[in-house]
Design a protein around this ligand. Sequence first.
Ligand SMILES: Cc1cc2nc3c(=O)[nH]c(=O)nc-3n(C[C@H](O)[C@H](O)[C@H](O)COP(=O)(O)O)c2cc1C
Length: 201
Amino acid sequence: MVGDGRTGSAICCLSWNFRDIQEGPDPVDDNGGVLYLVVSGAPAPEGIPALVAACQGAGWRVVVFSTPTGTRFIDPAELERLTGEPVRSEYRMPGTGNPVPAADAVLACPLTFNSVNKFAHGHADNFAIGLLCEMAGYGVPVVVVPHCKPQLASHPAFGESLETLHDMGLRVLFDPDAPYERRLPPWREVIDALPVRADAG
Ligand SMILES: Cc1cc2nc3c(=O)[nH]c(=O)nc-3n(C[C@H](O)[C@H](O)[C@H](O)COP(=O)(O)O)c2cc1C
């Protein structure tokens, strides 16, 4: 039986990575409103620091995760300075590193063609994708913002993946008719797609 994903005691069949997050040696008092921001190997014209700031402005405490390739597109030190948390891109072994608070929402942005397909098909061969699959399984609200060129988006696997993610109950922000330079929506549209924070001003 699996609980609601927020109460460690109700969960008895977790993969170790989320159990490690929920029940680490020093669980973090998150006070609600924790957003996991998952980035991948695609550029973001407005910048990930600006996305973090916009999420924080909307009342979220942001923790950044990245695919291994995604770390080449960000400045982890800058994001750590902004969030107070290291960017996590690797599974950690029990007893090492620091736990993170449980997520109240997840934002996968930008998510590459590759990672969209892997998420939809459950190919959890890196920490970030494993985390996305697991968060969706717990029913944590997930917003997916793919970023890929039309030539990749026209691949039949991509459309099927978007449909799968949609059928899983996730919010997907992707406009196949968007102009090339607007393939990624503006951050304000991304923020609007997040759940509303109950205690946000
Ligand atoms: C400069 C550069 C820009 C890229 N832009 C994109 C992109 O916008 N969308 C995309 O799907 N892949 C893009 N890629 C390719 C991905 O980085 C590549 O498919 C990678 O394997 C994705 O890994 P990940 O999904 O694990 O992050 C880009 C690669 C480079 C080097």
